[in-house]
Design a protein around this ligand. Structure first.
Ligand code: C2O
Ligand code: CU
Ligand code: CU
Length: 455
């Protein structure tokens, strides 16, 4: 295929003069006449962060912050982002969970050529689904995501959702030592197991922050797991909290319950009733506090639970006529030894390990689907480690599991549990070559990725 031509930065000097300030980002609040378009200039550049007081961490940032600038779009409208690479390495942006044309999907050598240092690339697409999404590179992912190139993408509903208050909480656990220096993003013996974990957990770049919320109101918390490895076991003891959406897709609201396992790449939209002024809630990962939610007095009348969010326009798979395909997620002990020629491969799907150094892997898709065909995928985890299995370009419906009761719902990422088999279904209505991979980044980089072609 041919790629959209990369642009070199020279032509942008004028723009720099008109408004790229220290933060490096400009967001046009004004919209072009007769159109309702959001326009961003998004710069990726090095940025020193103080994650540990008194120490600096040489992070990489989007829009002058890590996690990156929150990008907001409106459902059904265009999102146009001019992405400017001021890093000294090639990169791309992938828009996780957005059903968009392949040329905008950010996969190197499949969607586009990498954006080289000093170049820019214009991403332009419509956002068919409202919800909580995110963006990140698809090049050298353990380092690039590890250094902070992850950011929220919020697509607002067409009509006001009924939530008067909302907050975005981007979770990330940094691979840094006590002095703020980066430690290894991927360690072979960890990559071959649950993935390499960082040490400092943060929300919006702060460890155990306090968030002030208006007393008596129902607040939408968009909680995004932008981490490369960790599944957070979210709980909010003593809170009145309901789940409104999973991975951007609305569900019939239900209680949060005891705990929700949010794997890498996954998102949850919670409605939380803020308690009386002065009270506190603790958002936790298992027994560990992630954030303190503080209730502040407000003059507003007590808020009500909003109606369920409107469903997104995702095609309904017909299970009767669907063709069944099987995908086994395997641990590959025989290949586990480190190999001088290319990256180690610890994982495979149906006997095939993806090689991130081989630019031609996507020429050999693991499955070819007919455009508008209906499919059931049976995903089997042959090992004991969790795999948040993610598919680009298409939403899928989770139908059933051999390990737990499923209330069917649409998503882009399913957390495949220990030795679990799950059935998911989809309509292949978006032509392209779509990456299908585990979102534990070092699993992905050591084999657990494949391409699924829709023609
Ligand atoms: Cu967040 Cu290939 O995806
Ligand atoms: Cu994705
Ligand atoms: Cu995995």
């Amino acid at each position: 295929m041919s790629f959209t031509r990369r642009q070199i930065l020279g032509g942008l000097l004028g723009l720099t003069a008109v408004g790229l300030g220290v933060g490096g980002v400009r967001y046009w609040l004004g919209r072009p006449l007769g159109s309702t378009t959001h326009d961003y200039e998004l710069i990726a550049a090095p940025l020193d962060l103080e994650l540990i007081p008194g120490h600096s961490t040489p992070a990489w940032a989007y829009g002058g912050q890590a996690p990156g600038l929150e990008i907001r779009a409106k459902q059904g409208e265009w999102l146009r982002v001019r992405f400017i690479n001021k890093l000294d390495v090639p990169t791309t942006i992938h828009w996780h969970g957005i059903r968009l044309p392949l040329e905008m999907d950010g996969v190197p050598y499949v969607s586009q050529l990498p954006v080289l240092p000093g170049e820019y690339f214009d991403y332009q697409f419509k956002t068919p689904d409202a919800g909580s999404f995110w963006y990140h590179p698809h090049v050298a992912s353990s380092e690039q995501l590890g250094r902070g190139l992850v950011g929220p993408l919020i697509v607002e509903e067409r009509e006001p959702s009924g939530f008067l208050h909302e907050r975005t909480l981007s979770l990330k656990t940094w691979h840094i030592d006590e002095k703020g220096a980066f430690s290894a993003f991927s360690v072979p013996r960890e990559a071959a197991r649950e993935g390499t974990r960082g040490r400092l957990t943060t929300i919006n770049g702060k460890a155990v922050p306090s968030l002030e919320l208006p007393a008596g109101q129902v607040v939408r918390l968009r909680i995004l797991n932008l981490d490369s490895t960790i599944t957070y076991r979210l709980n909010l003891p003593g809170a009145e909290a309901r789940i409104y959406a999973l991975d951007g897709q609305p569900i019939e609201p239900r209680d949060l319950g005891k705990e929700y396992w949010l794997g890498p790449g996954m998102r949850i939209d919670l409605a939380v009733r803020v308690p009386a002024a002065g009270a506190e809630l603790s958002l936790r990962n298992g027994p560990l506090r992630l954030a303190t939610l503080k209730s502040l007095a407000t003059a507003e009348a007590v808020g009500d639970w909003p109606a369920p969010l409107p469903a997104n326009p995702v095609a309904e798979p017909d299970l009767q006529q669907a063709e069944v395909l099987r995908f086994n997620f395997e641990w590959s002990a025989t290949l586990a030894g480190a190999n001088d020629k290319g990256p180690a491969k610890y994982w495979q799907i149906n006997g095939q390990a993806w090689d991130i150094k081989d630019k031609t892997c996507a020429d050999r898709p693991i499955a070819t689907l007919k455009k508008d065909g209906h499919y059931i995928f049976e995903l089997r985890n042959m090992a004991q480690y969790l795999h948040p299995v993610h598919l680009h370009g298409l939403a899928f419906k989770v139908i059933s599991s051999n390990r737990k009761k499923i209330i069917p719902y649409f998503t882009d990422t399913y957390l495949l549990g220990k030795n679990e088999s799950v059935r998911i279904a989809l309509v292949a209505d978006n032509p392209g070559i779509w990456m299908f991979h585990c979102h534990v980044i070092d699993h992905m980089e050591t084999g657990l990725m494949a391409a699924i072609e829709v023609v």
